[in-house]
Design a protein around this ligand. Sequence first.
Ligand code: RB5
Length: 146
Amino acid sequence: MKIVLASDHAGFFLKEKIKDFLISEGFEVIDVGTNSHVSVDYPEYGAKAIEYILQGKAERGILICGTGIGMSIVANRFPGIRAALCHEPFSAKMARRHNNANVLVLGGRLIGDGMAIEIVKTFLTEPFEGGRHERRLNMIEALKPK
Ligand code: RB5
């Protein structure tokens, strides 16, 4: 599975940890930056990662900023993207099973490396349940401003 990673400066160190973990597990990783702790604007990096998913160049994304909130707002502006901000594995499990989340968002200033890796493992292994959840996701995709 190809996974695209992006962070801003506040998520940079956690992104590097997650990248090492994914590579050690045999995943193909595309890292679109940022590449240091120097301050950058998260919308630029989040949108870059989302493009890879929308163009079919990656199946899943992992985005990290300080709280995860900014990256979530960015990602969920794009139709077809279902981004879930998770602070623990149960949310990641339900985000996959019920929401078919294709993007995981983490808060680099909120969680430690160990918790982050457990969340990532869950996000990458739990299946989507389909059925009534599929119907609800279709309803979300069809929503338009009045
Ligand atoms: C950067 O200081 C911070 O605002 C950003 O990482 C993120 O938390 C925004 O939601």
